[in-house]
Design a protein around this ligand. Structure first.
Ligand code: ATP
Ligand code: MG
Length: 447
């Protein structure tokens, strides 16, 4: 039975009481990205497995261990997307978006699937906000993409995130680095885990991203990529730092960051928090100049980042950042008897057409039970309707916060009620100033 009443490991339900916080964060992310010229794209939850094998890379943890892959009824190998970039690049190519204005800028919010060990900040189904920019090789593009992530954290008022920056070079300078790394790790091969032993030949840089404690320790003495950058990559890296400084964005160069996906070239970066435990990377990204060509498209420099919205919200919570509350019921109309219910149905329908959040009794409760319900849902106003009110064609509306009642005609109830809300809001604003504050304001105005 537990299978029926317990969600699969590593998944989460977002309940109605929290869903508005997610909606607010999601809308805000897309809105801010929009101000930087990124337009939303929506791609499928599943793609051909080959896309991730090629796009994410055969030697990555994601492809080797974490993908949800299955054969569909048509005998195709299908994979639930573990990240957003490969799908975005596939769509970019399939729809010829490289013919649009350059740089092409895409953003998305999507659920990703990775078979990982669930823990705080790590789930098997998780949500990522991501952006991708295609067509610029300039370090200004790197700085702009990083500044978007930085701008998002600033907007939400998040503090103490460290931006760690590195360059992992291009295939040319990386060849020498791979050689040096291989030599280093070969000398200590007995300390490496099985997966890393395989990586030693195929992609020794991947070892630097291994989570195994013994491998991690060994990595501490490994050579730094930054000592192997070619002139162009070195210039590019300096350029990124120059533009970041021009924008007043603080960073530290961390030559150990290589990122978990194979397709990165040159700039890689992470925004790391130490407020949310071991899974502190809230946002990770970089440049992937070889990927579009790798997937069969024209040679196109590109870059982007992925931000886990779950970790983002954990950081906000840990820093006491409050998100807007869900809209509460403006008015609960409590009918007594059948005639009154008909009138209440009519009134609430008109109120909703005027944009007001209005409810009435669809359960058949006593007046007392209805008032309890109105209180439970936090209705801002209530209005009791009985035969008497219908005859008078007017009813008392009670402001639940102040206890004040106001009689409104039922004829233009929606308009009169809107006016009442506005009047109450205005007078509560006025009364929130003390006499002293009011006299100060007065003298300022007179000055
Ligand atoms: P990590 O080192 O934490 O495993 P990663 O390098 O695998 O991260 P990316 O593939 O770059 O992460 O994904 C970008 C972002 O997506 C991460 O910085 C993180 O915020 C989020 N993310 C990745 N995997 C998970 C997961 N299993 N659960 C929740 N969020 C995740
Ligand atoms: Mg990972």
């Amino acid at each position: 039975m537990a299978l029926l009443t317990k969600a699969p490991k590593g998944t989460q339900d977002i309940l109605p009481e929290n869903v508005h916080e997610h909606q607010f964060v999601e809308n805000t992310l897309l809105e801010i990205a929009g101000k930087y010229g990124f337009r939303e794209i929506r791609t499928p939850v599943f793609e051909h497995t080959e896309l991730f094998q090629r796009g994410v890379g055969e030697t990555t943890d994601v492809v080797q261990k974490e993908m949800y892959t299955f054969t569909d009824k048509g005998d195709r190998s299908i994979t639930l997307r573990p990240e957003g970039t490969a799908g975005a690049v596939r769509a970019f190519l399939e729809h010829g978006l490289f013919n649009d204005a350059v740089p092409a800028k895409l953003c998305y919010i999507l659920n990703c699937y990775r078979y990982e060990k669930p823990q705080a900040g790590r789930w098997r189904e998780f949500q990522q906000f991501g952006v991708e920019m295609f067509g610029s090789a300039s370090p200004a593009a790197d700085a702009e993409v990083i500044s978007l992530a930085n701008g998002i954290f600033e907007f939400f008022g998040i503090e103490n995130l460290e931006l760690q920056l590195n360059s992992i070079g291009c295939p040319a300078c990386r060849a020498n680095y791979h050689k040096a790394l291989k030599e280093y790790f070969e000398k200590n091969a007995e300390k490496l885990c099985g997966t890393c032993l395989e990586r030693l030949d195929k992609n020794p840089m991947r070892i630097l991203d291994c989570k195994n404690p013994a491998c991690k320790q060994l990595c501490e003495g490994a050579p730094f990529i930054t000592d192997y950058l070619c002139d162009e990559c070195s210039e590019h890296f300096k350029g990124v730092q120059k533009y970041l400084m021009a924008m007043g964005i603080k960073f530290t160069v961390n030559p150990r960051i290589v990122r978990g996906l194979d397709y990165y070239t040159r700039t890689v970066f992470e925004f790391v928090s130490n407020n949310i435990g071991a899974q502190g990377t809230v946002c990770g990204g970089g440049r992937y100049d070889g990927l579009v060509k790798e997937l069969g498209g024209p040679d196109t420099p590109a870059l982007g980042f992925g931000m886990g919205t779950g970790r983002l919200m954990m950081v906000m919570k840990s820093q006491g950042i409050e998100l807007p509350k869900a809209e509460e019921c403006d008015i609960y109309v409590a009918p007594m008897g059948e005639n009154a219910l008909q009138k209440a149905m009519e009134l609430t329908s008109t109120l909703r057409s005027a944009g007001i959040f209005a409810l009435t009794d669809v359960v058949g409760r006593s007046l007392k039970a209805q008032m309890k319900y109105a209180d439970k849902i936090g209705a801002k106003y209530t209005c009791v309707l009985g035969d008497d009110e219908i005859v008078r064609n007017a009813a008392n509306v009670k402001n639940m916060a102040s206890g004040d009642t106001t009689e409104l005609g039922l004829e233009d109830f929606d308009m009169d009620f809107t006016r009442l809300i506005l009047d109450d809001a205005a007078s509560s604003l006025g009364s929130s100033f003390s006499d002293e504050e009011l006299s100060k304001l007065d003298s300022l105005l007179n000055f």
